[in-house]
Design a protein around this ligand. Structure first.
Ligand code: C2E
Ligand code: CA
Ligand code: CA
Ligand code: CA
Length: 286
């Protein structure tokens, strides 16, 4: 139930109640879902804007809930963060994704396709967890995947005002050759000068920028902003990936603005690993 403004009367909000009940149910089911094997990962291609080739994929976790069906991460990642399950879940996602990258490599006969890179999201709780570096090293060693093939995505907001203790594990990983991407860039009001301090090599421009490229020609102020971010990023040796590309016009506009890599429904929705394999293969063989 929800109280309406300053009103003394409590108004029933059945939808809010249903949401609360579901949330409670999900929180209860979450801890055992990992053991029951209810999570799976979809992969969305990352495409080079210059030549259209598939360069890798982002791993996106889903929960196949026995009653509710497939749940998107927005429904359960916050709960997993709240309950601490995000640490083992995140480790599982990392291991599965890196294994998958190894399998793509093997099926393609080594370098035939060029190395497909794998991007994995890290929650802020994983950043502060002491096992992060060791877990990552062990997973890479177990699977025989080069650190270069892995990119860890951390949201801009997780790193705002980050002190050295928080950055230390990311620095270690970056020194090993793991790429760190700043996810949802442009939503967190971070100080651009601060970028120099962070061990990141990729900026992922938030979907809101892509959306503003929907009209052609796009709003000149939006164009200037993206242009400015791209030139700043490049001057700091950072690559720029754009998210949420849904149309060819957006892709073209963002390519002209100098963005390096794109991701979005225009190329492919997130899908099963074999689908990525096919897309990359078609791409390599013409
Ligand atoms: P994100 O990292 O910003 O991932 C991009 C989201 O945009 C994904 O939503 C993807 O399916 C969606 N998307 C891709 N292309 C398009 C497009 O062209 N148009 C539109 N409208 N959307 C597009 P998804 O899969 O629902 O994931 C939502 C968020 O959940 C992710 O946002 C990420 O923050 C989080 N997440 C997903 N997997 C993991 C994970 O393994 N660990 C952690 N910590 N977070 C995860
Ligand atoms: Ca991401
Ligand atoms: Ca690297
Ligand atoms: Ca993002």
């Amino acid at each position: 139930a929800k109280s309406a403004g300053g009103n003394r009367f409590e108004l029933a909000d059945p939808e809010a109640d249903a949401r609360a009940i579901t949330r409670h149910g999900l929180t209860t089911a979450l801890p055992t879902a990992l053991d029951r094997g209810e999570f799976f990962i979809e992969y969305q291609p990352l495409v080079h804007l210059g030549d259209g080739s598939v360069r890798g994929a982002e791993a996106l976790v889903r929960w196949l809930h026995p009653q509710h069906g497939v749940l998107s991460p927005d429904r359960f990642i916050p709960l997993a963060e709240h309950t601490g399950l995000i640490v083992p879940l995140g480790r599982w996602v990392l291991e599965q994704s890196v294994r998958q990258a190894r399998e793509w490599r093997d099926r393609h006969g080594g370098e035939a396709l060029g190395p497909l890179r794998i991007n994995v999201n890290l929650s802020p709780c994983q950043l502060t967890h002491p096992g992060l570096v060791q877990d990552t090293v062990e997973i890479l060693e177990r699977t025989g995947v080069e650190p270069d093939a892995l990119c860890l995505e951390v949201t801009e907001s997780a790193l705002i005002g980050a002190d050295d203790d928080l950055l230390k594990p990311l620095r270690r990983l970056a020194e090993m050759g793991v790429d760190i991407a700043l996810d949802d860039f442009g939503t967190g009001y971070s100080n651009l000068a601060n970028l120099r301090r962070l061990p990141v090599s990729v900026l992922k421009l938030d979907r809101s920028f892509t959306q503003s490229m929907q009209q052609f020609p796009a709003d000149p102020v939006d164009l200037k902003i993206v242009e400015g971010i791209v030139s700043l990023a490049h001057s700091l040796d950072l690559a720029v990936t754009v998210e949420g590309v849904e149309t060819g016009a957006q892709a073209e506009q963002l390519r002209l603005l100098g963005c390096d890599t794109a991701q979005g429904w225009y190329y492919a929705r997130p899908g099963p690993p074999d689908r990525l394999h096919e897309l990359a293969l078609v791409d390599a063989t013409g």
